[in-house]
Design a protein around this ligand. Structure first.
Ligand SMILES: [Mg+2]
Length: 445
């Protein structure tokens, strides 16, 4: 039973000082402190269940997202959970179309990150009430109920509700076998942990050797700061992983369009599968130009981690501007908006390869991509989910990776719950970790 009126919504600024070890460093984000605006929702149901949700940030600015969550909370507190999930489309629209708040969006930037954090907590709570991991709840749902969670406004020219229904109905065929396949083999992953831009060659070699031993076959390399340096690092990684393993490149928006084409041509001999975020994440036609220029070299364009809503994704697909679509569990408006993007990707026949890493992104997005395989795409061709080996120890139900694959989570919910001790320690700025760092002047905050 999905009972309970929402009695409280709290939000905490949680930051991990990852910049101290250059973890997560790339051509544009040289010193990220992986952080989250972390939301907890409580009800009066008396069953002890809480909803936990988050959105991912890089440190500074998390306090702004926290403010935005507080601004949205008036739409949540006092509402009946059952009423929300029975008209989730209406509730999504209420959050994203608040007559005053939408001016600071709409459906983009800080306010959309905050929307994601709030909705992620609600989906977590719903799945816990159903006593299922979120992916399984989605897989078991009736196609019409799934559709009732999606706002089709602004995308109906690319995907109608009838077409979406047909995709989901077709997805029911063979679902059982695909679910069993996932339970046995998991969803294929690739690692970004080996080749952050700030790592030394020695570090790259060691991490690559360890990853190969663990069975990883797909590796992502950060590029874009210095061409000669990129050539050296790509050569090193390619020589270590051999010709048959896959290598992807990620420039994190570093280049202009022509610069991107020329730079990637210089790296083509290392046989990358894709170039990720070659230019501004908003430049749809620029991505289309790059895609066209790199197509003869067999290199695709991947993007999405900073694509802020379904309308942008629609245009990327319509413009043939990406060959690999990277959904993000905390950038888009939670499961609701991600469902619409998964369905559009299916219609346009573009593989989804989710963005993950950061803090909690792996925990969340594994649910979406496992659902996608079982109920939407039905395929693993050209598909894989990003994995980064950081900060999982802070979660109650961390991801389980076996043989370089995400094993389907078994615990009820969206795997979003952080350990209370971790939240206390890393709360910014009052947590003990930050108090010590500030006292020792190790970090400027
Ligand atoms: Mg990336």
């Amino acid at each position: 039973m999905i009972t309970g009126k929402i009695t409280g919504l709290s939000v905490t600024d949680v930051r991990f000082p990852t910049s101290l070890g250059q973890h997560g460093s790339d051509a544009m984000h040289t010193d990220p402190d992986y952080s989250a605006a972390y939301v907890v929702i409580e009800t009066d149901a008396g069953d002890g269940l809480k909803g936990h949700g988050l959105t991912f940030t890089l440190g500074k600015g998390t306090e702004i997202v926290v403010c935005a969550v507080k601004a949205l909370s008036r739409h949540v507190v006092g509402r009946d959970l059952e009423d929300i999930v029975n008209d989730f489309r209406g509730f999504y629209r209420q959050l994203t179309s608040d007559g005053q708040l939408r001016w600071i969006g709409p459906e983009k930037g800080v306010i959309q990150l905050a929307t994601a954090a709030v909705l992620n907590a609600l989906w977590d709570l719903w799945a816990k009430k159903e006593n299922k991991p979120l992916w399984k709840m989605l897989v078991d749902m009736d196609p019409n109920q799934l559709l009732s969670c999606i706002d089709f406004r602004y995308i109906s020219d690319a995907l109608t509700e009838d077409e979406a229904l047909e995709i989901l109905q077709n997805g029911k065929c063979g679902q059982k076998a695909r679910e069993e396949y996932m339970e046995k083999n998991g969803y294929p992953a690739y690692t970004t942990s080996c080749a952050w831009l700030g790592y030394s060659d020695q570090q790259l070699q060691k991490l690559c050797t360890d990853a190969l031993k663990e069975g990883w076959t797909r590796f992502k390399v950060k590029v874009g700061a210095d061409l000669e340096d990129d050539k050296r690092r790509c050569k090193l990684i390619r020589s270590m992983i051999g010709p048959n393993n896959q290598m992807m490149l990620d420039a994190n928006q570093r280049w202009d369009v022509d610069e991107a084409i020329n730079w990637v041509k210089e790296l083509a001999s290392f046989k990358p599968l894709w170039i990720e975020e070659p230019t501004s994440p908003d430049d749809i036609l620029g991505h289309a130009t790059i895609s066209k220029a790199l197509s003869p070299l067999g290199i695709g364009v991947a993007t999405g981690e900073q694509c802020h809503n379904r309308v942008m994704f629609k245009q990327f697909l319509q413009a043939k501007a990406l060959q690999y679509l990277q959904i993000d569990s905390c950038r888009l408006g939670s499961v609701n908006e991600n469902l619409s993007v998964l369905l559009m990707a299916k219609k346009f026949n573009i593989p989804v390869c989710p963005h993950a890493g950061g803090v909690g992104l792996c925990e969340l997005v594994q649910h979406l991509i496992i659902f996608d395989f079982i109920s939407v795409s039905g395929s693993l061709e050209n598909r894989m989910c990003e994995y980064v080996d950081h900060l999982h120890e802070h979660f109650m139900h961390p991801v389980s990776i076996q043989h370089a694959a995400y094993m389907p989570p078994k615990d009820p919910g969206y795997s979003t719950e952080m350990k209370e001790g971790s939240v206390l320690l890393y709360q910014f700025p009052e947590g003990e970790v930050w108090q010590k760092l500030m006292a020792s002047k190790q970090m400027e905050v």
